[in-house]
Design a protein around this ligand. Structure first.
Ligand code: BGC
Length: 859
């Protein structure tokens, strides 16, 4: 038996790790059971930790316990496993390298351009340069860099691309990530290092309204290049006031959402000097523990009429092209997700407007209240590139912007060859972990579309869409968490975002609805409390624990969850005194605050069934109160906090009674409105006959709506699981396979390549939350569920018109597979269980079996 898929702190061979006591992870290959492991960690020839032979079957969260590790040390760790016969196997190894662990390791200074920024104007990209020589033969070189803004690094003409849009996004008032790059192979005797600095999330346009200067008006960058020569001597090149600077380079304007203006006739003159900027006060520079943001898939263009190029796939990413125009000739390029009826790129579904002059506080308040903009307005985001040709052959690749697009429209007199254009997807470089295919190609396409929406929205933080808002909406992240965790390895990605969540919490316990902070606080603080959104604070750490078995993270998140729960508990009861008096369960009823409610139920459905807008949402709020208090009680139990557990249990029990009083007893469950039935079923608010009646009513509601989706933002994810639990498997499959809109496959039939925000595709075309239905494909159709350390449940549910389905999932404990096929002899099931794990298999026939490692056919 040997260890495979070795990881350190969830990362593959991380360079610049910030944690000197990392945890180790692996999977097993060969053999049935791991009975022992031994880890030997070395720095050079020195053994820094020898675990000895540890009798254990654990292959996750094994904490380094050797001598204290220091900044820059590169640790190789080798692991040997013993199998069920106590036979030791092949030794396998991996490594990690520590970053700069102490603030005093930083000798470089923060530098900025030699100009006084003004809130009212937008700046061109700052270029910094240092020329230096490497005096001897270089053994290795590391570059540590960060920015308040976004930066990139060019060494001897080569752009270091290992993390694009670095340093990524955090609340720059609380923490700033730095990156570590291995630049050994780029150094020569004479060297030029250039840093480019753009606005990014720090100063560029943000959120739906194009607010700028969210974190400040002055961007700055820091870089430290540490060279070790073959003879062991060292040299460090640091940013400081001696670096040259100018802002007259080709990138005249760069904004993450609006795009770039590039004049290829220009070259930075570096005619002035950098200015030393104030170092951020009490803001630690921390090693990025997330997977890097990288350039991924490339797409070729197909020419359409009107100088429109179609890349065939809606992505978040940018453009690369080569053109040969006359000097000064311009290409104006708009990037968008759809075309209008005349074949032009149409951004109307993803744009808002903002004043040309930028927002004033009052102007923004007015916009939020009335939807109007004073004075001359401009669309936001623009998603445009304006490129001026030099006269020779010009090569362009976007540096500091990302667009949500499938199409581009080019206005130019320059002759265009589509073969010279490519679209490049850009996202956090997570490993693909899950796959699902079945006999219905449209369902397969839905899964691919969902993965593309995930790729389009997991760029250092989980966002709602890559266009209009591009914000870390808590609700979207919460709803999609499990689906995302099947599709790609999100362990490092969500560890980072959970820390962003800690940063975002207000003193009173409240969380904003979007995080990290991106301005427009009055709006995102008010909506932050909304159930289903704010509840990400409990639901994500809980699901993270269930998925990755990470108790440390749960413990770390506990104070944050508890603080929010305390906030909620101090806001229970009706706000209206009369209602409060009339409700015997007032103390367990929740409605205070601004709740968004179900949000986005199909318009036609709302017209037919709901009577206009609900200003308050006691139904949704009390239902989520029950779910979250139950979840908190379970977490308190896991963490051994008995007193807390009993408090949360009391509220869980009380809120169920309150729900019963408000909704069930009031006869509100006799409805065709699917969300009103799905929610209490999914959140565990009903029992016995009431539950049975609600299940039957749901099946009828679904039938009455021709098996179309009638839920909105919060409940769509629960629809198929609740139908399955109600025993209405065929109804669930009918909904999945329905192509009549509103439905998941309706979009697919309409040519979707990502998941849409609303069913008719008039808003954003890249919103993953409705794609959370794919969780059901994994955990129910194929039936793959992680049930604990080294154990799975396999509970496949065949049905519908599907003749086969198969899924594989690279879980934290190894690759598990489940498939079924309808044959003339009945359904044939195949299950593959990874080494060192077991699975409890439960088939619809009632057959129940515990299986060990290996491939199994079950009839
Ligand atoms: C976003 C959503 C988000 C919602 C809050 C929308 O504008 O795009 O996905 O959760 O606002 O209701």
């Amino acid at each position: 038996m040997k260890a495979i898929r070795l990881r350190t702190d969830y990362l593959k061979e991380p360079l610049g790790l910030g944690n000197p006591k990392p945890r180790f992870y692996w999977n097993c290959e060969g053999g049935v059971k791991q009975t022992a492991y031994q880890i030997v960690a070395k720095v050079g020839d020195e053994t820094v930790w020898n675990s000895g032979k540890v009798q254990s079957s654990s292959m996750t969260h094994i904490c380094y316990a050797g001598r204290e590790l220091k900044s820059r040390e590169r640790v190789t760790w080798a692991i040997k496993l013993w199998d069920e016969n106590d036979v030791g196997g092949e030794v396998c190894s991996s490594w990690f390298e520590l970053g700069l662990l102490n603030p005093s390791d930083w000798k470089a200074k923060w530098i900025t351009g030699d100009y006084k920024p003004d809130r009212k104007w937008r700046c061109s990209v700052d270029c910094f340069r240092k020329i230096f020589s490497a005096k001897k033969k270089v053994a290795n070189a590391r570059l540590y860099a960060s920015a308040r803004g976004v930066y990139d690094v060019i060494i001897n003409g080569h752009r270091v691309e290992d993390f694009v849009l670095a340093p990524g996004m955090t609340d720059y008032r609380k923490r700033i990530q730095y990156q570590t790059y291995d630049v050994t192979s780029l150094l020569k005797e004479g060297n030029t290092i250039e840093l480019r600095l753009a606005d990014g999330w720090f100063r560029g346009s943000s959120a739906a309204y194009g607010v700028t200067n969210v974190y400040g008006t002055q961007t700055s960058v820091i870089a430290q290049l540490e060279i070790t020569y073959v003879d062991g001597s060292r040299e460090t090149v640091c940013t400081n006031e001696l670096w040259s600077w100018s802002n007259d380079g080709p990138i005249r304007f760069a904004d993450l959402k609006d795009g770039e203006i590039v004049d290829s006739r220009m070259k930075p003159s570096y005619c002035a000097r950098a200015v030393v900027a104030d170092a951020p006060k009490n803001v630690p520079l921390i090693a990025s523990g997330n997977v890097p943001v990288r350039e991924k898939e490339r797409f070729e263009a197909k020419q359409l009429p009107g100088n429109v190029l179609d890349f065939g796939q809606n992505i978040a990413g940018y453009l690369e092209f080569t053109v040969r125009g006359k000097p000064g000739q311009v290409l104006k390029i708009r990037c968008g997700e759809i075309l209008d009826e005349n074949g032009n790129v149409d951004l109307s579904g993803i744009q808002e407007s903002r004043p040309v002059k930028g927002w004033s506080q009052m102007g923004l308040i007015k916009k939020l209240m009335t939807g109007t903009v004073d004075g001359e307005a401009v669309d936001t985001p623009l998603q445009e590139i304006a490129f001026t040709c030099s006269g020779g052959e010009d090569h362009y690749k976007t540096s500091f912007a990302v667009f949500g697009f499938r199409y581009v429209q080019i206005k130019t007199k320059v002759a265009i060859d589509p073969a010279d254009f490519a679209a490049i997807a850009v996202y956090s470089d997570m490993e693909q972990t899950g796959d699902f295919t079945c006999s219905n190609e449209l369902v397969n396409k839905l899964l691919q579309n969902t993965r593309w929406s995930m790729k389009g929205n997991y760029l250092d933080l989980p966002t709602d869409c890559p266009t209009r808002e591009r914000l870390g909406w808590t609700g979207d992240a919460q709803i999609f968490f499990d689906t995302g965790a099947y599709l790609m390895d999100t362990a490092a990605f969500f560890r980072k975002w959970l820390i962003d969540m800690e940063d975002a919490q207000y003193k009173d316990g409240l969380l904003p609805a979007v995080l990290p902070y991106q301005g427009v606080e009055m709006m995102y603080k008010a909506t932050g409390v909304s159930v289903g959104w704010a509840d990400a604070v409990y639901l994500i750490p809980y699901r993270y624990y269930k998925r990755f078995g990470d108790k440390n993270m749960l413990e770390r998140s506990w104070p944050m969850m508890k603080k929010y729960a305390d906030y909620v508990m101090s806001h229970l009861g009706h706000s209206d005194k009369k209602e409060a008096k009339a409700n015997p369960y007032n103390a367990y009823t929740y409605e205070k605050g601004m709740h968004l409610g179900e949000w986005l139920e199909p318009a036609e459905f709302q017209e037919k069934i709901s009577a206009g807008k609900q200003p308050k949402h006691p139904e949704e709020a009390t239902a989520y109160l029950h779910l979250t208090m139950k979840t908190m009680a379970e977490i308190a139990d896991i963490l051994g906090k008995a007193e807390d557990k009993s408090v949360f249990l009391r509220i869980a029990v009380g809120s169920k009674k309150a729900y019963d009083h408000l909704i069930v007893k009031a006869g509100l469950l006799d409805t065709d409105r699917q969300a009103k039935l799905v929610r209490p079923l999914a959140l565990g608010l009903l029992d016995g006959d009431t539950k049975k009646q609600a299940q039957e009513r749901l099946v009828k509601a679904v039938e009455n709506f021709n098996y179309c989706v009638g839920t909105g933002f919060l409940s769509t994810v629960f629809l198929l699981p609740m139908l399955t639990e109600a025993g209405a498997v065929e109804a669930a499959y009918k909904m999945l396979e329905n192509t009549q809109k509103p439905s998941w496959l309706g979009e697919v039939v309409d040519g979707a390549t990502t998941v849409w925000e609303n069913w008719d595709g008039t808003a954003s075309r890249n919103h993953y939350s409705p794609g959370a239905v794919c969780q059901w494909l994994f955990d129910t159709v194929a039936g793959i569920q992680v049930s604990g350390e080294n154990s799975f449940r396999i509970v496949p549910v065949p049905g519908g018109a599907l003749t086969y389905a198969k899924a594989s999932y690279q879980s934290p404990y190894g690759v598990v597979e489940s498939s079924w096929e309808k044959t003339c002899d009945g359904v044939k099931y195949m299950v593959t269980i990874p080494a060192n794990t077991t699975a409890e298999v439960l088939l619809p026939t009632g057959l129940r079996k515990t299986l060990g490692a290996g491939q199994h056919e079950i009839k």
